[in-house]
Design a binder for this molecule. Structure first.
Ligand SMILES: [Zn+2]
Length: 358
């Protein structure tokens, strides 16, 4: 048995935002758009105009900040009052996941319009729900992936470059995670072994990053859209998601989970955690030191973290290293690795990564 899941339409390009209304026409007559204050000011008018031009009713709603069950419940009531056919998330991960949470609650169509490319969330069926202290509470799942994912690459160039860099971090691990998951005989998040398509996506994702990431980061710094950026955004937003949902996750994402418990790493990004997690995973895989060092050199070239100090943990304490390892074991992805790992082994692997990057 194998299952493949993906968004049913992916639209990307310079100026794509103006096509949002038109692309949403097949999904219904009224769109409830969830966004934050800043994005509402920057892009709200364009979005409203785009829906108007397509004759789709639109209500722009500012969400409160954190993705909690309570916030989702309040927005769901408002969306129902509006008579929404579809819920559109416009903005960063929080706006998008909140919108998916509302769509799930109401059984409506779901649309993701990311304004940053910092992680693999927009095209995914998964919804991370947090408490008010930003500790992850639940991962919910839409019954199907979002009906539409639309990315305006011009908008991506207006976001700080650290977001795109994190998106690269979240994507660069996928090939290794899919391979480790398959080697362990573990299942993907869809509950089956990986599909050929999932593994292919993970491989291509890595190739595109190695070829285009440096050029894409330079493009965002120069606020330009070029072919490197177009290729890289497709890898970070679409392929990265196809990879993890259909290829499976492993230790890189388990380590990333552990970071959310480190106080001194507060405010650092998921994709950066995953990039560091990949280094730990490669140590656990007993890869040759030269292989890991080559990847570390590449990380330094494009600005990805290679040591805990890069997350603000200057002189990490033994307790912090231990906490990272122990909390990584909370993630189900820790079990998608063979032979089975424990916190002691992860702790030793983290120390090894630190030694490689003094
Ligand atoms: Zn991720």
């Amino acid at each position: 048995m194998r299952i493949f899941a993906a968004t049913s339409r992916y639209v990307q390009g310079d100026g794509a935002l103006d096509l949002l209304g038109q692309q949403c026409q097949v999904l219904g007559r009224s769109a409830f758009v969830i966004t934050d204050t800043e994005i509402a000011q920057l892009l709200g008018e364009r979005v409203i105009n785009s829906f108007q031009a397509a004759d789709v009713a639109c209500s722009l709603q500012i969400f409160p900040g954190e993705i909690t069950h309570a916030a989702i419940a309040v927005l769901a009531r408002d969306a129902m009052g509006f008579g929404a056919d579809m819920i559109v998330g416009l903005g960063g991960g929080k706006a998008l996941d909140t919108a998916k949470g509302v769509a799930l609650r109401l059984g409506l169509r779901s649309v993701s319009v990311p304004t940053i490319a910092s992680n693999d969330g927009p095209a995914s069926a998964a919804i991370a729900v947090y408490d008010d202290n930003h500790i992850m509470q639940d991962i919910l799942h839409l019954p199907r992936n979002p009906d539409l994912v639309l990315v305006d690459t011009r908008v991506i160039t207006n976001a700080p470059v650290r977001f795109l860099r994190a998106g690269i971090g979240d994507a660069i691990s996928k090939k290794f995670e899919a391979e480790a998951c398959a080697a362990a005989g573990a299942h993907t998040l869809l509950g089956t072994p990986a599909s050929i398509t999932g593994l292919m996506a993970a491989n291509t994702c890595y190739e595109i990053i190695r070829k285009h990431a440096a050029g894409a980061l330079r493009a965002v710094e120069a606020k330009e859209v070029n072919d490197d950026l177009e290729a890289l955004v497709e890898a970070a937003v679409l392929l990265s998601t196809l990879s993890f949902e259909n290829g499976g996750l492993s230790l890189s994402h388990a380590i990333a989970r552990g970071f959310s418990y480190l106080n001194r790493a507060n405010g650092t990004l998921h994709g950066d955690h995953v990039a560091y997690g990949l280094l730990v995973q490669l140590v656990m895989e007993r890869r040759p030191t030269a292989f890991i060092e080559e990847l570390c050199a590449y990380y330094r070239e494009i600005g990805l973290p290679t040591r805990l100090e890069d997350f603000g943990l200057n002189h990490p304490t033994p307790e912090e290293v231990r906490a990272l390892a122990v909390n990584a074991m909370v993630s189900p992805s820790a079990a998608r690795f063979a032979p089975p790992v424990d916190a002691d082994q992860l702790e030793a692997a983290i120390k090894r990564v630190e030694q490689l990057n003094p």
